[in-house]
Design a protein around this ligand. Structure first.
Ligand SMILES: Nc1nc2c(c(=O)[nH]1)N[C@@H](CN(C=O)c1ccc(C(=O)N[C@@H](CCC(=O)O)C(=O)O)cc1)CN2
Length: 359
């Protein structure tokens, strides 16, 4: 098809105010209900009916996260200049890793590298997955709470199933809890209507909101459907969306007619940890899709000794992008934003602790 003018039928779906929606024309010789029927005319041709499929524009989390990391690097440099005379330490993050999960090791390495890049000092503590280490980890956390070179403490999750995760997360001093998982910080998120002073908010939800904001997607008044109700993502994200004046629906494993509920979403955020669960048919045309899931699925290696898996999200990306307007890819979407927000939380925790010292 080479038509030049396309008249979209009046469409009341949510369309983000973005010029970048890409169109793909297909003839109406199939009965695919997911295509929007539009008419195409040129001056000499009679009006023809064709179908339109959306090809969503990616929301490039890798690129946005790189911009944020650059901004943080500049802010750290500025802080160091201000600190020259008052002998403050550079921002410092302690990361605690328990066990030998390959994915957790990867994420911790990524965090350490990201800290190095922006001038944040990082301290890594590794423990074997052994019940006798639980007390040792608790004691280390208490020690780090007192350490003036450490402004943020992060316990890489998940902890081994038999460990008391709540006890360890609660041992972190709320001021140093850069994951925003301490009950004091959770309560602040749910009770503060305006964020007057800094308190940490979980990094992935914060990253999702920042992705939307920096992509020009205004959530106010939109129907946001959040899949998943975890303390790390689904719950805090719902709170942030509400604060930003979205109408929020949460769906989970016990929700009935999940597809019909998700189809109401102008914005759909999937955080369930189930590979490609969200199908094209679940999505409203023009929806904005944020895919938080990172799932490894087996795949034959491309070359001998190569990777035997690939990463996919909770959304069937290849199909979903035919109907939605914007979508985050996996990898390269939300994941890099999680790390960028961790750096930001650590810098802000450091600034707050330095101010407290001066008072
Ligand atoms: N204490 C915490 N534990 C966990 C968190 C968290 O926020 N705090 N989140 C996740 C894991 N996570 C950070 O810890 C994380 C996951 C993914 C990425 C990321 O950048 N992924 C890349 C792909 C990386 C790869 O190749 O494997 C991407 O999506 O592009 C960063 C951080 C659970 N635990």
């Amino acid at each position: 098809f080479t038509s030049t003018t396309v008249h979209r039928r009046p469409c009341h779906h949510f369309q983000p105010t973005l010029p970048s929606l890409r169109r793909h024309m297909v003839a109406t010789d199939n009965d695919n209900n997911d295509s929007v029927i539009v008419s195409s005319t040129t001056e000499d041709e009679p009006s023809t009916t064709i179908e339109e499929e959306y090809y969503a524009q990616d929301i490039n989390g890798k690129e946005i996260a790189a911009t944020i990391r650059h901004e943080i690097k500049e802010q750290v440099e500025e802080l160091m200049m201000q600190n020259k005379d008052n002998h403050h330490h550079p921002p410092g993050l302690a990361v605690m890793l328990v066990g030998s999960r390959r994915d957790s090791q990867t994420y911790v390495n990524m965090k350490t590298k990201a800290c190095d890049q922006v001038g944040i000092a990082s301290f890594q503590f590794n423990y074997p997955d052994d019940a006798s280490n639980e007390q040792e980890v608790l004691e280390k956390v208490l020690e780090l709470n007192q350490d003036p070179t450490v402004h943020g403490i992060l316990i890489q999750l998940p902890l081994p199933a038999q460990w008391d995760q709540d006890a360890i997360l609660q041992a972190v001093h709320p001021d140093k809890d850069v994951d925003g998982l301490h009950p004091v910080n959770v309560a602040k998120l749910w009770t503060n209507s305006q964020q007057e002073s800094f308190f940490p908010i979980p990094c992935t939800p914060l990253g999702c909101m920042e992705l939307l904001r920096r992509s020009g997607i205004d959530v106010a008044g939109k129907h946001a459907v959040v899949l998943g109700r975890s303390h790390l993502v689904g719950l805090p994200l719902s709170r942030l969306l509400l604060q930003a004046d979205a109408t929020v629906t949460m769906v989970h494993s016990k929700t009935q007619h999940i597809d019909a509920v998700v189809r109401q979403g102008d914005i759909v955020i999937a955080a369930v940890g189930r590979a490609q669960m969200v199908q094209k048919e679940w999505l409203k045309k023009g929806a904005v899709v944020v895919d938080v899931g990172i799932n490894a699925v087996d795949m034959p290696p491309k070359k001998p000794g190569g990777k035997t898996y690939k990463l996919v999200g909770d959304v069937d990306y290849a199909e979903a992008r035919k109907v939605c307007s914007r979508i985050t890819p996996v990898p390269g979407g939300v994941g890099p934003m999680t790390i960028a927000m961790l750096l930001r939380n650590t810098l802000q925790a450091c600034q707050q602790q330095q101010q407290q010292k001066q008072q």
